[in-house]
Design a protein around this ligand. Structure first.
Ligand code: B12
Ligand code: SF4
Length: 458
């Protein structure tokens, strides 16, 4: 069976979204790790096309994909539009289409109308099972598909118990040079490559959809297995800095300590994301000794009332202490914040904007609130009629006190100092593809960080 795995290109968003720059008009292009796991952990042959790299238009894509018997799309809610459009055309020709990945796992009811098959959950081993059971898909756990006009919902795929049994993601199937491999906010060294050491998050923040993708069970790879992948990446892809982009890298203290102990003499600098409450002075010192050069914190708000309301389970004072400790120890820090939670007033938003810049972080990043389908906040926004803009399942809300446009204006003022606003305006004059190349180039990131530092922190 001729199969092609496709990461679609990001949809063109309506004008309103242009100002909401965290809804990425030109997203940072990273290698599609989930799909690379799918490629290395199925034995059936599959071609792979990342249309964010190629930028084929609908006609070109259709011509390429017509040659296959099964087209499997993945990606996030921001790419699904292209998959939907091509899927309609391919299905008319009798080609089977499938949608998998995080968005499919969360919103499978919706998408089962538009694809022949929707695959919920992890994709390792899935295609081997599909090919072996193509005439009786009821045997393949995780699938939702049509049979004699009726929708069949198979039982969910069990979670992979031992992540160490997986082959490393098939990075050799892509040209890593096509993707962003730099992280100027933390390190001058390049290339920086993404690695994932765990799946799932036990927390329950009300704006997040993690639990709908992975459940709340936290699974992690052994430190030996992770270090083996790092050594392989250094050898094969010349990776200089390793970025653990995942929900829970620091959740398991014992594993983290063991990892630090084993990696410290290998000269492999690394970055990670973390909750502030997972860290303390002892562990931060060990992380520093083990060549940790930066930590990204999801702090979300500078109001304790908001943090409690959104079920983040974080103490703001403690976050401040941890950031100060990182500074003392010599680890760079970044933090992200959200502007426009449903209960927020103008004052609340400006407070987070102001206070976040005084926390001692090296780098701050703001998200204009939008609601991820299936999150608790998504339901609340729908129930209270707060959704002012909706496009392709993406909901841009007002707050109970401030209109959606005003929230966006406030966000824009907080997130982009004057000079950056001028540059963004200039950039918007360039065509889409060119704009993306400029934004993803290392020098742009450098300039951006410099201006941000200069204007925000004086
Ligand atoms: C790293 C990351 C990023 C990176 C890189 C993303 C990329 N495109 O390469 C950066 C920082 C750039 C990023 C940006 C964004 N991200 Co992001 N990101 C993540 C994160 C933390 C990890 C992704 C990952 O590598 N996971 C590990 C791999 C192994 O898992 P996986 O990709 O899900 O793949 C597995 C399965 O899903 C499945 N699978 C995957 N693809 C396919 C395809 C087929 C056909 C099949 C059958 C199965 C399958 O098999 C894989 C192996 O088991 C996830 C959260 C999470 N914990 O998963 C969010 C997540 C994917 N991001 C999300 C979002 C919303 C965004 C942003 C829109 C955020 C924003 N406001 O800017 C942007 C834009 C995304 C874009 N257009 O690419 C959402 C997606 C929700 C949705 N319904 O679509 C997630 C799930 C976060 C969340 N909790 O809601 N992100
Ligand atoms: S926001 Fe982070 S900590 Fe909260 S549930 Fe999602 S992944 Fe977990």
């Amino acid at each position: 069976m001729k199969i092609c795995l496709v990461y679609p290109n990001q949809m063109k968003l309506p004008k309103f979204f242009a100002k909401v720059s965290n809804i990425p008009q030109e997203p940072v292009l990273l290698s599609p790790l989930g799909m690379l796991y799918v490629l290395s952990n199925n034995t059936v042959e599959m071609d792979f096309l990342d249309n964010r790299v190629h930028g084929y238009d609908g006609e070109q894509l259709y011509t390429i994909l017509r040659k296959y018997e099964l087209i499997a799309f993945g990606g996030t809610i921001f790419e699904v539009e292209e998959a939907l459009a091509i899927s309609q055309r391919l299905r008319k020709e009798g080609i089977t289409t499938l949608y998998g990945g995080p968005d499919a796992t969360v919103n499978w009811e919706l998408y089962s109308q538009y694809f022949d098959i929707v695959a919920r959950g992890e994709g390792e081993g899935l295609f081997d099972e599909i090919v072996a059971n193509f005439n009786n898909l009821s045997r393949v756990k995780g699938l939702v598909y049509k049979e004699n006009g009726r929708t069949r919902i198979n039982e969910p795929r069990p979670l992979i118990e031992n992540l160490d049994t997986l082959k490393f993601p098939a990075r050799e199937r892509v040209n890593l040079g096509d993707y962003a491999r730099h992280e100027e906010a933390y390190t001058k060294k390049q290339p920086v490559d993404t690695i994932v050491s765990s799946r799932g998050c036990p927390y329950d923040c009300y704006f997040c959809s993690s639990k709908w993708i992975w459940g709340r069970k936290y699974r992690y790879r052994s430190s030996d297995n992770v270090i083996e992948e790092m050594l392989y990446m250094r050898e094969r892809f010349k990776t200089k800095v390793f970025y653990f982009r995942e929900d829970g890298f620091t959740i398991h203290r014992k594993r983290l300590l063991e990892f630090c102990q084993k990696v410290k003499n290998l000269d492999m600098p690394w970055l990670c994301e973390s909750r502030t409450d997972a860290l303390d002075a002892e562990i931060l010192k060990k992380m520093k000794e083990a060549n940790c050069v930066g930590i990204w914190f999801g702090i979300e708000s500078c109001s304790q009332t908001t943090l409690n309301l959104i079920k983040k389970e974080l103490d703001l004072e403690r976050s401040q202490e941890i950031i100060a400790l990182c500074k003392d120890i010599g680890i760079n820090t970044g933090g992200s914040f959200m502007i426009g939670f449903p209960h927020e007033t103008k004052e609340d938003m400006f407070w987070t904007g102001k206070k976040s810049k005084q926390l001692g972080l090296n780098y701050v990043f703001y998200n204009r609130m939008w609601a991820i389908p299936k999150s608790e906040m998504y339901s609340l926004i729908k129930e209270e009629g707060l959704a002012e803009y909706e496009y392709a399942n993406i909901v841009i809300p007002r707050t109970r006190h401030v209109s959606a446009d005003e929230v966006t204006d406030i966000y824009y003022k907080i997130a982009h100092p004057f000079l950056i606003r001028v540059l963004l305006k200039l950039l918007s004059k360039f065509p889409r593809g060119v704009r993306g190349k400029i934004i993803n180039a290392p020098f742009s990131k450098k300039l951006y960080l410099l201006l941000k530092k200069f204007e925000m922190f004086g």
